[in-house]
Design a protein around this ligand. Structure first.
Ligand code: ATP
Ligand code: MG
Length: 278
């Protein structure tokens, strides 16, 4: 059922890929709803299918991959949508922060060229206005000398800087949904905090809905309202963040949480740090 608060509904999502060894099923019968202004966390060990879930929603699949099931954005089916239409939706309606920032940029165009073109594709801003918006967004993610940075090429930036540029692009388009795949992995603590604050601000000021993937359970505990746990391409548990951390139901979730070390509690949310478990 598509109630008005439902923004993104994924149901019966199966993803299969043809390989030398035959067809492999990577995702099995995934169901979830994202509501307006909600932050839904997705956790699970490396290789369980988190990025594959994001790519399926964004219709950015590798060749020889088959996506079955339904992915609805405000009731509009995205699975199988015309690629041109999908390009219009990506960025403006569904913003994304990819796990590997290098893949998100074209090496032969400057950061400014790609940033400003993206803004202008999705808005009516002039080149000057788009440049000012891009510079302000870079400043918001703590990148110094934004006008100089816009002249650089992707290969001239570190992974953490590129990740922040991608976050800045995503933020300034104010999308309805943000899919953030390990958005803080390549960042130091100060920049991690800055990026998390920006995401939180986007949610509180614009009502943006966020699918947040992180291997860092303290980030999930801090940010998410609800959490899904994925194992071998299946969602094995989904619960409110407090319930999941206090009373995990599935053995796999319990194993993940057992690796925790308590950190000083500086918010009302459950805050933990975990040893590298996945
Ligand atoms: N092109 C491909 N061909 C075959 N298998 C693939 C392909 N791309 C991904 N996979 C497999 O799909 C599974 C899910 O990969 P995915 O990238 O979604 O994992 P992940 O949960 O995001 O892991 P990580 O936490 O390391 O980012 C993995 O087992 C991976 O080996
Ligand atoms: Mg991944």
């Amino acid at each position: 059922m598509n109630t008005s608060r439902n923004v993104l509904q994924v149901s019966g999502l199966n993803v299969k890929i043809d390989t030398n060894q035959g067809q492999l099923q990577l995702l099995h019968d995934i169901h979830f709803n994202l509501e307006e202004g909600q932050i839904l966390g997705l956790v699970g060990e490396s290789g369980c299918g988190k990025s594959m879930t994001c790519k399926s929603i964004l219709q950015l699949m590798d060749p020889h991959t088959f996506v079955e099931g339904s992915i609805q954005l405000r009731g509009r089916e995205l699975n199988g949508l015309d690629p041109k239409e999908m390009r219009r939706i990506r960025g403006k309606e569904i913003g994304f922060i990819m796990q590997n920032p290098m893949n998100a940029f074209t090496p032969v165009y400057s950061i400014g060229n790609q940033f400003i073109e993206t803004i202008r594709t999705h808005s009516k801003l002039s080149k000057k206005e788009a440049t000012e918006l891009a510079a302000a967004s870079l400043d918001n993610v703590n990148l110094p000398n934004p006008y100089e940075l816009l002249k650089l090429y992707p290969s001239q930036l570190s992974g953490g800087m590129l990740q922040r540029v991608m976050i800045a692009i995503c933020m300034c388009l104010k999308p309805t949904v943000v899919i953030a795949d390990e958005p803080t992995t390549a960042l130091d603590m100060v920049n991690q905090l800055q990026v998390l604050r920006q995401l939180e601000r986007l949610r509180s000021e614009c009502g943006t809905t966020i699918l947040l993937i992180s291997h860092d359970l303290s980030v999930i505990a801090e940010m998410a309202d609800e959490v899904m746990v994925m194992q071998h391409g299946r969602i094995v548990e989904q619960a409110d963040v407090f319930q999941l951390f206090d009373q995990p139901a599935h053995d796999y979730t319990k194993n993940l949480l057992n690796a925790r070390m308590q950190l000083p509690d500086f918010t009302s949310k459950p805050t933990f740090a975990y040893t590298a478990n996945f």
